[in-house]
Design a protein around this ligand. Structure first.
Ligand code: PMP
Length: 426
């Protein structure tokens, strides 16, 4: 039974990485999530979070958490269905629906549960669900739980999506397409206008995971669906409080009858405790900041920082993603850079070495290795915040240059500009 835990293929490599103190995971945070954090005894520039607007530090959000703690205590000790719904939940659901421009919204304890509990409930064994191969794990888990027929298509390949829609037409049940609006590792966008066209042509429904889009993209910060002007063509929009909204929890927004069905049927909603009050209070205040006059400047600041940092890495010879094209005449201009800026390294071990060099130079980034990315596609996932100042980003860029120079002197050249796109197309 436990053989797989004791003898799995990654054990030897993990052991070697531990001995070289090169494991990029489970590092210990000693301060709040901020542009510069304390980690394992020293300050490090945080380029490995999802706190895109920096709202974990906002006094209004902190007060929201504290007031909720004082009013409702440390935990609700029960499900939303029974003793876990507060006035904050009702306000949060109403304000999310207003933000997303939908009839209703439902708040879950985590974003992961929002995906699993929505897909596991909406889909049934007779249905077909079509997913992008880059979709978040919780989407896949919800699909598997539902026992619907799963038809994955290659990441962002519209011809493959169309082929799956053609095949699904013969499956005989309802058809749902699920994509991330912004993909969590590569930071690229789903081409939502084309996806909407295809779904409409084939009579399929569409759900968009806005975990990395909500609180980042669009004038209202309502996500990739807003950025692309397709909000009224998307049936269900999922989001989380664990990124721009500076807390923990998740939501799904859509038509009132579907949301009400989830309230009485979704197992991850019914059979788990309501979030701790501080989490709900913080999310509610963070949403209010995003929707206030203070929201748009923060949204602009994170965009500007993303563009600046991506360009800086490219100038220093790193293989970063290209800015993404927007439809002609888009108010944002010709293209956009999301705050997730992956740097392609290629080899897993080399990514570990680069990670360690950066960590020692006082910069924390995330490392994505196979199977999170395709074999040979190891990357360092960097992400910027609205509250990183330019001096901090410049220091991080200098660290990237220095670490690259010493790495290349010993191990040879890293992939350079342009190579990210080429490898992804391959
Ligand atoms: N969807 C995506 C695209 C995500 O990146 C994440 C979090 N990594 C989730 C869903 C799950 O959200 P949460 O962290 O709130 O459980």
């Amino acid at each position: 039974m436990f053989e797989k835990a004791r003898n799995h293929e990654r054990l030897a490599i993990l052991q070697a990485a531990r001995e070289a103190d090169m494991v990029p995971y489970f590092r210990v945070m000693e301060s709040p999530a901020k542009p510069i954090v304390e980690m394992e005894g020293r300050s490090r520039i945080m380029l490995g979070g999802n706190n895109y607007l920096g709202l974990t530090e906002d006094q209004r959000v902190i007060d929201g958490a504290r007031d909720a703690l004082e009013q409702y205590g440390t935990g609700m000790t029960g499900s939303r269905l029974l003793n876990g719904t507060t006035r904050m939940h009702l306000e949060l659901e109403a304000e999310i629906a207003a933000w997303m421009g939908t009839e209703d919204a439902i708040v879950f304890t985590t974003g992961n549960q929002a995906n699993v509990g929505t897909l596991g409930t909406i889909l049934g064994p007779g249905d077909t669900v079509i997913v992008d191969s880059g979709d978040h794990a919780s989407i896949l888990d919800g699909c598997l739980l539902s026992k619907a027929k799963l038809r994955p298509f290659r990441h962002n390949k519209l011809d493959k999506l169309e082929r799956m829609l053609q095949r699904a037409a013969g499956d005989g049940g309802g058809v749902l397409v699920v994509v991330d609006g912004v993909f969590s590792m590569e930071g690229d966008l789903a081409p939502l206008p084309d996806i909407c066209d295809l779904c409409e042509a084939y009579g399929a429904r569409l759900m968009v995971d806005e975990a990395h889009g909500a609180g980042v993209l669009g004038e209202r910060g309502a996500g990739a669906s807003e950025l692309f002007g397709v909000e009224d063509r998307v049936d269900l929009r999922m989001g989380t409080f664990s990124k721009s909204l500076a807390s923990c929890g998740g939501f799904v927004a859509g038509k009132a009858d579907i949301i009400e069905f989830l309230r009485i049927q979704s197992r991850t909603f019914l059979f788990t405790a309501s979030a701790v009050p501080a989490a709900t209070g913080a999310a509610l205040e963070a949403l209010r900041v995003v929707r206030s006059a203070d929201g748009p400047p923060l949204l602009r600041a994170v965009q500007d920082n993303a563009r600046y940092f991506r360009a800086g890495l490219e100038q220093r010879g790193f293989a970063v993603v290209e800015p993404q094209r927007l439809p002609d005449g888009h108010p944002y201009g010709a293209d956009i850079v999301t705050p997730i800026i992956p740097v392609l390294i290629g080899d897993d071990w080399q990514a570990g070495l680069m990670w360690k060099g950066l960590y020692e130079a006082g910069v924390f980034v995330n490392t994505a290795l196979h199977p999170a990315v395709p074999p040979g596609g190891a990357l360092l996932r960097t992400s910027v915040m609205a509250t990183h100042d330019r001096a901090t980003l410049d220091r991080a860029l200098t660290a990237f240059s220095d670490v690259k120079a010493s790495f290349e002197a010993e191990h040879g050249a890293l992939p350079g500009p342009g190579e990210h796109g080429r490898r992804r197309a391959a």
